[in-house]
Ligand binder design. Structure first.
Ligand code: FES
Ligand code: FES
Length: 141
């Protein structure tokens, strides 16, 4: 098997064995869905979180990405990193951290940006659902 040398083994690993590929029911009130696209290349990433209502903790996450290997690897890493964390905590995840973890080359930075944007969008979607449900923001403790 010959792999393009520009890719770090972690990218290849996450590309070959992506973690948490799947879909949650987006109408479920405990689910937050982030759907983002990269205008530069047209790639699309969907990342979903399942949140425990009581604690605000992300108990599960999944993704579906139509994009390059770096985008798939970035979303796979993102789902691993958000699981078990508080929503406020995952908002601080930076695409540069994901890119560093995967040793992405500069031209692939926007791929990891998709993952950061998708996390933020998923949290926002969840919070919007809570606001709708109760008429107030329940997201902060
Ligand atoms: Fe999977 Fe680090 S190799 S998150
Ligand atoms: Fe566009 Fe990777 S090339 S997300």
């Amino acid at each position: 098997l010959s792999l393009p040398r520009m890719y770090h083994e972690r990218v290849v690993d996450h590309y070959d064995n992506p973690r948490n590929v799947g879909t949650f029911d987006k109408n479920d009130p405990t689910i937050g869905t982030g759907l983002v696209g990269a205008p530069a290349c047209g790639d699309v990433m969907k990342l979903q979180i399942k949140v425990d209502d009581g604690t605000g903790k992300i108990v599960d996450a999944c993704f579906k990405t139509f994009g390059c290997g770096s985008a798939i690897a970035s979303s796979s890493v993102a789902t691993e990193w958000v699981k078990g964390k508080q929503m406020e905590e995952v908002l601080t995840i930076k695409n540069t951290e994901i890119a560093k973890h995967l040793s992405l080359p500069p031209v692939k930075l926007h791929c990891s940006m998709l993952a950061e944007d998708a996390i933020k969008a998923a949290v926002k979607d969840y919070q919007a659902k809570q606001t709708k449900k109760t008429g107030s923001t329940e997201a902060s403790p």
